[in-house]
Ligand binder design. Structure first.
Ligand code: NAP
Ligand code: GDD
Length: 342
């Protein structure tokens, strides 16, 4: 039985990856941070599985991580732990770098001192490292990160490349473009929109407050990207791959599609901070612009070219933008709880 260690198992991708690996008969180990309230909601359905083992740790705690990895001796490590909120990284830059950059270094060191060639290392890299370089982005596109988050992830990217070159580690970066699911964190724009749609469907009247409506992202479904992460570690040689859909949509389009699921056609009125999205039928205000959600530096357009992963790994996304939005809206409407959306 193969053993895998997932950092970030309580997050969106970690929870889906844990289910995926358990399905493949792996023994799955995950690290959980100490919190004052339970933080295992996303893996609730997996708790009690005989092949799932959770350990308290934090990637910032080098001694704990090295001890844990020496004890488990995993064959695969998926480093998904991160302070992954781009806007927050501007207010918590040091914490973001500690977790995302130094945390990755700790894990690479812990992997390096395992018996030679015994463990493969996957790093959750990101399209944020490209910054505002012209789309579509490929593995050859120069890196120009525009946030502390992007900078921390670029540092981690290069550490992975360096450990591969200097120490012969099987270490690989998955450069993933935005991917969402019903488990997406509630501060990310996709989930914020689909939760607001659910609130309106259940009789809510509070307008959804959004930032930049014209930012464009390459949104895929997390389920497809989990399969890609695993595929990257199964290949005979370690390398860095983009996973993306190759199509790009604006936040505005995401909102129009999501609100369409409850029979609301959005009509935009005004401009700048005064712009509003109204229900074309009733005139009710559904969306307002709030500068609190603007970023000090915005990343305007991301669109990935995943030709390399397609050619070498045979990876293809199977769920398109429309399918993703439908899945998220349906899930939020079905599981609606009247918590305010942020
Ligand atoms: P997420 O939902 O925010 O999950 C992050 C995970 O990291 C959570 O389990 C969190 O634990 C854990 N974590 C945070 N700080 C930690 C620390 N100091 N020590 C240990 N664990 C810590 O993120 P995601 O969307 O699943 O993304 C997974 C990874 O892929 C992240 O590294 C992210 O930066 C990267 N990525 C994501 C996307 C995307 O579109 N989703 C795209 C490219 C790259 P708690 O539950 O306790 O907070
Ligand atoms: N979060 C948020 N909230 N974003 C908003 C809002 C809002 O109210 N209004 C507009 N946006 C815009 C942001 O300015 C950004 O341009 C875009 O929506 C997407 O924002 P997020 O959903 O927060 O995701 P992200 O692209 O910044 O970061 C995500 O994807 C990266 C990969 O490209 C995260 O998952 C990162 O961890 C990941 O690396």
């Amino acid at each position: 039985m193969k053993k895998a260690l997932i950092t970030g198992i309580t997050g969106q991708d970690g929870a889906l990856l844990a289910a995926f690996l358990l399905e493949k008969s792996y023994e799955v180990h995950g690290i959980v941070r100490r919190a004052s309230l339970p933080n295992t909601a996303r893996i609730a359905a997996l708790l009690g599985h005989p092949s799932l083992h959770l350990h308290y740790a934090d990637v910032i705690d080098a001694a704990a991580m090295i001890t844990l990895i020496q004890t488990i001796q995993p064959q695969e490590i998926y480093n998904l732990a991160a302070q992954s909120d781009v806007l927050l990284s501007f207010t918590m830059p040091a914490y973001t770098l500690d977790t995302n950059a130094s945390g990755t270094l700790t894990l690479l060191e812990a992997t390096r001192i395992l018996p030679k060639n015994s463990c493969r290392f996957y790093q959750a890299s990101t399209s944020e490292i490209f910054g505002n370089h012209e789309a579509p982005q490929t593995e050859q596109t120069p890196f120009q990160p525009v946030s502390p988050y992007g900078i921390s992830k670029l540092c981690a990217y290069w550490l992975v490349v360096n450990y591969r070159q200097a120490h012969g580690l099987f270490a690989a970066n998955g450069i993933l473009f935005n991917h969402e699911s019903p488990l997406r964190g509630e501060r990310f724009v996709s989930r914020k929109i689909t939760r607001a749609v659910a609130a309106f469907a259940h009789g809510g009247t509070t307008p959804l407050k959004l930032g930049n409506l014209d930012a464009r992202r390459d949104w895929g479904h997390s389920q497809d990207y989990i399969r890609g992460m695993w595929g990257i570690l199964q290949h005979s040689t370690p390398d860095d791959y983009i996973l993306a859909t190759g199509t790009m949509h604006s936040v505005r389009t995401f909102a129009e599609l999501a609100f369409g699921h409850i029979g609301c056609k959005l009509q935009w009125q005004g401009s700048g901070l005064q712009e509003k999205g109204l229900d074309a039928k009733t005139g009710q205000v559904m969306i307002e612009v709030d500068p609190a959600f603007f970023r000090p530096v915005e990343l305007h357009s991301l669109c990935g070219d995943a030709s390399k992963a397609r050619k070498i790994l045979g990876w293809e996304p199977t769920i398109n933008f429309e399918g993703l939005v439908a899945d998220m809206v349906k899930n939020d409407i079905e599981n609606y709880k009247s918590a305010a959306y942020v």
